[in-house]
Structure formats: C-alpha cells, structure tokens
Design a protein around this ligand. Structure first.
Ligand code: URA
Length: 434
C-alpha cells in the first residue's frame, strides 16, 4: 500500500478502509511517512471530511499506536476532562484541583497550544521547575498516592496523535471534526479514562464555529467513547469571547490561582464549577448535579482546591513560592493598558483575533517546536454586553517589545465591536450531550 494512494483517495473524496487507516497510522507512527505526506493527508481529511466509521477507526488506530494504560488497579473510577480548545481556556488548572480535592482522583495528560488556542502544558510550565514529562510509572504512582496529576502525553501513549497534533498546529489542519474527535478520544482511551467530560467549545474562537458543528463533534466523541466502553458527557460552551480575563501562559496561571482562592472572573469561575459538577456526578462522587455543584463550591471556600493545586505543583517539581506569590511569575517587559475610545455597549470581542494576537506576541508557536514566551499575553477586561464610557479600561497588552505591542494594540482594539444599543451578554453554555 503506497501512502500517496491514501492521500489521493482522500483528496478524491473516497472512503478509506479500516485496513488503510490502520496502515497509515502504523507507518506514520514508526516514521515511515514523512511529515509532508502526513500534512497532505491531514489537509485532504480537513477538506473532505471522514465518515463516522472512518473517524472511529482513526481514533482506535491512534489509541492503539502505543501503550494503553489500565488504571483499574490504581483508582476505583478514572475520570478525565478535555477541552476542544479555546482562548483563555485555563479550565483544567481550576477543575482538576477542585475535583481531586473531593477525593475523586484525576490524572490528566494535556497538550500544548494548538493554532490560536492555548495549551495547558505551556501554561503550567510558567511555573519554574514544573515537570510536564512524567513517565507512565510516575503518572500511575502519583495518581495513586496524591490523586492528582497534570502532565504531558508521554511519547508511548497514542504516539500517532502526539506526532500529528504537532504537525496540525503548523499546517492549518486543526479545525477538522474527524481530526479533533480522533485526537481527543484516542488520548483519553489510551490514558485509561473511564468517565470523560468533554468541553466542546463553539464560536469564533473555537475550532467549531457553529452550534450544529459543535453538537456533531460532541455527539461523535460521545459515541466513540461508547464504542470503546467509556462513558462520556459533552458540554457545549461558548467561545465567541475569551474565557475569563487572561489570555497568555503565566497570566492564565495567575487567574486560575485567584479563582481557586475564591476570586477570579465570574465567567471563568462559573465555567469551571459547571465542568467540575459534571465530573463529580460522572465519577459517582455526588448523586446529582445540585449536590455536586455544592461540593465543588465548598472545595473553593474551604481552601481545599487551592491546597490541592499547591500539592500538584510541589509534587511535580514546581517551585511553590511562585504560586504563593504570583508576582514572581514571568512578567512581560512592556505592559500597556488601552482605554475605550468611545462609550457604548460591547457587541463582540472576537476571541480568535485575541488568540491569534497572543500567538504573535509569543504566547503560542508559529512553527513546530518554537519556544513560547510565558510572560506575554492580553488581559481582556470586559465582556460582551458591558456598557462602558469613553476612557474606561478596555484591555491590557503584555509584550516583549515595542513593535509587537503596537501591532497587538491595533488588532485587539479592532476585535472589540461596539453598539449604541444594549447588547445581551453571551451564554456560557449551549447544551449537554450525554
Ligand atoms: N485538543 C486535542 O487534543 N486535539 C485537537 O485536535 C484539538 C483539541
């Protein structure tokens, strides 16, 4: 079987067989398919799609491309969460400690930034010393002993996704339903998650821009979970405007810390509590959503969630003095607050523009393997629906140099759309797929 034939087949809108998908994934995993062929194949999939049978086959092939973890001897019920990616989405940083502090263990393997969306590992690496490269043995031992793990996908787990994820980031092949569904679910299946909450983002700052697409992605992932013997729930959440205030690695860590300590912006806190609620119900920790929500809130008010986060950072080698005193975290050379040039209501704060600007500031990667700048980013002080007067603080740019600062200012200013009429705030969620 020649790889070029599989590219041509997909280019010509034909369906790949299970054997062809398995062969492609196997060959790619062992390095027999060069990146240029894998990129061409991914682009053909992005443009022409896949049937649900092909998507399921691709997921299982990627899940089986390396080791698979069996967590049954380590925890009673293995829960996990995963977001499809958004701007300002630091949900994992708050949700993991909230849930783990109730006694329900959470071991999570996260990713790096992808396109305009930020990555949990890049955020956590703002904390000096924090290790995101735990081995499988370390992952299992920490899950058992500490009940919370937040690390990168090991090279041995779903290596096909590991390679393809990095390639998609820099070849314009991220926003494809089958590629996203298989990427996420292959990792979850390989990492041994039994109950999974999927946070499917929808809007201009998400890879799925319409509610129909987001629902379809949610349904296909829940169905793949079912076929693989896992129970999944998908929340469809808004990503038209950035989540919370902070966009950028260290800035987002600070916001997560504030939220775990009982502060933080309303939308981010609500979002995190809702995701935690579903995890607690799915993990059998609470009987219903009401009880779970109360439990989640209590972990914040009692300080238990914050303590769990501290413990997580410490056990993974991070210097806790940086989270105890977040002013020690990386800080950008230039910080400028930009004020509203007019009064009125905010009708739009384009999350994609904000996310892409954060990448150009250096918070994400332009090419595979680029280093990220942990200090830079954007603080979006307002929400859609807010009424402002001219001169009110609008946003803040944290930049490494004057040129990127000026470019970012213009771009983020243009991402704010005004109205003279009152504008409804955006909802946080659009639905749940079970
Ligand atoms: N998150 C992933 O893990 N993979 C994707 O393709 C998109 C978001």
């Amino acid at each position: 079987m020649r790889i070029v034939d599989l590219i041509v087949k997909k280019r010509d809108k034909q369906e790949l067989t299970t054997e062809e998908i398995n062969a492609f994934v196997e060959a790619y995993t062992i390095g027999e398919v060069p990146d240029y062929q894998a990129s061409a194949w991914a682009m053909a999939v992005l443009l022409n799609g896949m049937t649900s049978r092909e998507t399921t086959d691709l997921t299982l092939a990627m899940a089986n491309s390396g080791d698979t973890l069996d967590l049954s001897g380590v925890v009673e019920i293995a829960v996990d969460k995963h977001s499809t990616g958004g701007v300002g989405d630091k949900t994992t940083l708050a949700v993991e400690p909230i849930v783990a502090s109730t006694g329900l263990p959470v071991g999570k393997m996260s990713g790096r930034g992808l396109g305009f969306s930020g990555g949990t590992l890049d955020k956590m690496e703002s904390i000096p010393g924090y290790r995101t490269d735990l081995t499988e043995e370390e992952f299992l031992a920490q899950l058992k002993e500490v009940g919370v793990v937040l690390t990168g996908q090991t090279g041995e787990l779903a290596p096909a996704d590991g390679k393809l994820y990095g390639l998609r980031d820099v070849t314009g092949t991220v926003p494809s339903m089958p590629l996203i569904a298989s990427s996420i679910m292959s990792k979850k299946i390989a990492a041994g998650a039994q109950r999974i909450v999927l946070d499917v983002k929808v809007g201009v700052g998400a890879f799925m821009e319409t509610q129909e697409e987001a629902r379809e992605l949610a349904e296909i992932m829940v169905e793949i979970g079912r076929l693989a013997g896992r129970q999944a729930v998908a929340l469809i959440s808004d990503m038209n405007q950035p989540l919370g205030i902070a966009v950028g690695n260290a800035l987002e860590v600070v916001e997560a810390i504030e939220t775990l300590q009982g502060g933080g912006p309303y939308d981010f806190r609500e979002h995190s509590l809702e995701v935690a609620t579903h995890l607690l119900v799915l993990g059998g920790k609470a009987e219903n959503e009401e009880a779970a929500r109360q439990m989640a809130e209590e972990t914040i008010s009692s300080g238990a969630a914050w303590e769990k986060f501290r413990q997580l950072v410490e056990v993974q080698g991070g210097d806790v003095s940086y989270i105890d005193d977040p002013s020690k975290l990386p800080k950008a050379k230039l910080i400028e607050t930009v004020k509203a040039e007019r009064g009125g209501y905010l009708a739009e704060i384009n999350a994609r523009e904000v996310g892409e600007t954060a990448v150009t500031l250096g918070a994400g990667r332009q090419k595979k393997g680029d280093p990220v700048n942990h200090a830079v980013g954007i603080m979006i002080h307002r929400n859609v629906g807010d009424q402002l007067a001219a001169g009110d603080d609008l946003f803040e740019i944290h930049a490494g140099d004057e040129k990127t600062l000026q470019e970012a200012k213009q771009r983020v200013m243009a991402a704010h759309v005004w109205s003279d009429e009152a504008v409804e705030p955006l909802p946080l969620f659009y639905g749940v797929v079970k």
